[in-house]
Structures are given as C-alpha cells and as structure tokens.
Design a protein around this ligand. Structure first.
Ligand SMILES: [Zn+2]
Length: 95
C-alpha cells in the first residue's frame, strides 16, 4: 500500500501509488492501475522570511512521501511551522 514506483525525468518526478490518494490521476500501465502524482522539483516554496523551524524534512500527510521542507508551505498554526500536506498535493487538491 502506498508509493510503488518513482520515475525521475529531469526536474519532473512521477510518483506512482497503488492506492488512490487525493489529487492523483488514475493511469493504466499494462495490466496494472496506478495513481500518479507528478511533481515539479524546481518549484520550491518561496518564503518571504527564513522559517524558524529546524526540521529539514517532513512526511506529507497525503502522499506519505518524505520531502525537504522546501516543498511544504509555511503554516504558523502547525507545531513544526509547515503545512500538513506537501506543496504538490496541496496544489493538486486545491485545483
Ligand atoms: Zn504530498
């Protein structure tokens, strides 16, 4: 359950899951069905000021992938200063 395959192509990261996750796109490859999330790794979160948080990485509450906090929006209400979901998931869910 979860992430089954990761394909990196330049700045594009294709993450394939075997369970539907929010914001994912259903794709068929051969006889298998995957749920795909495409992330652009060049799109880091722009912050106006340096975040006080000392954590370098965070596990996304939606896709479950551990990422650099560069890919999480700031959230002053959260304990660690970052949003529960990564930027990629967040942007896709809000679309
Ligand atoms: Zn995510």
């Amino acid at each position: 359950m979860g992430l089954v395959k990761t394909i990196k192509n330049g700045n594009k990261m294709m993450n394939l899951f075997n369970t539907p996750i929010l914001g994912s796109e259903k794709v068929k490859m051969g006889n298998s069905v995957f749920y795909m999330m495409v992330e652009d790794l060049s799109l880091k979160v722009n912050r106006h000021r340096t975040n006080d948080s000392i954590i370098p990485t965070k596990v996304c509450g939606n896709c479950g992938i551990k990422k650099s906090v560069d890919y999480f929006y700031s959230d002053s209400y959260s304990n660690d200063g970052y949003h529960l979901r990564c930027k990629c998931c967040n942007d896709k869910i809000n679309k």
